[in-house]
Unconditional design. Structure first.
Length: 202
């Protein structure tokens, strides 16, 4: 592994990506308008076991990281470490910031949109960094490799399962969950295209 300026640029992208993902997740869950599928699961576990959102996220990411160590080491890099151990704390930080703000309904709507954009921008940043998969997508890739099924099939299946379990546990399911399913892909791809060009120029 070469520790040159390009590597440190990737490191920065990965770190900021996880930070934006964490803040986006924390804001989305806090607004009460719903969240993306995996965050609905995180929120459901958080509420059911009366633990913080960040703790719930860490339980899953650490467990998934162990699975990656056992079955998918080729997907692990420094970015994986960021995603495993920093995603939860950043989500908790966003959750507490939101509570302090005590926003009214219109500002909650604005926060919801900002949360989605932060999440999508963070995912695009992390993908652009290209120094390891996060633990969640790492497990999805392991399932893909073991089952020989298409990535999209595995992704959709895990999203549906996450939504179902999260909803049953009391997770925040709402309009944002539906919007996320429709617009997440195109927006992330747009962010990724712009960021890839910016990374080449730096």
């Amino acid at each position: 592994m070469r520790f040159d300026k390009h590597f440190f640029k990737k490191l920065l992208f990965a770190f900021l990506g996880v930070a934006f993902m964490g803040f986006g997740t924390g804001f989305n869950v806090s607004t009460g308008f719903g969240a993306d599928p995996i965050s609905v699961l995180f929120d459901g576990v958080s509420k059911y076991f009366n633990i913080s959102l960040g703790t719930a996220i860490n339980i899953f990411t650490v467990a998934f990281f162990i699975l990656m160590l056992l079955f998918g080491r080729k997907y692990i890099n420094i970015g994986t470490i960021f995603g495993t151990f920093l995603f939860g704390p950043f989500s908790d930080l966003a959750f507490y910031v939101y509570k302090i703000l005590s926003l009214n309904f219109p500002l909650r709507l604005i926060s919801c949109v900002c949360g989605l954009l932060m999440l999508y921008f963070g995912i695009a940043l992390f993908i652009t960094a290209n120094i390891g998969l996060d633990a969640i997508n790492g497990v999805i890739m392991i399932l893909k490799d073991k089952s020989k099924l298409d990535f999209r099939v595995i992704k959709v299946s895990t999203d549906i399962l996450s939504l179902f379990i999260g909803f049953c546990l009391g997770g925040s399911f709402g309009v944002v969950s539906i919007i996320s399913a429709i617009v997440a892909g195109p927006i992330i791809q747009k962010f990724k295209t712009v960021l890839s060009k910016e990374r080449e120029c730096i």
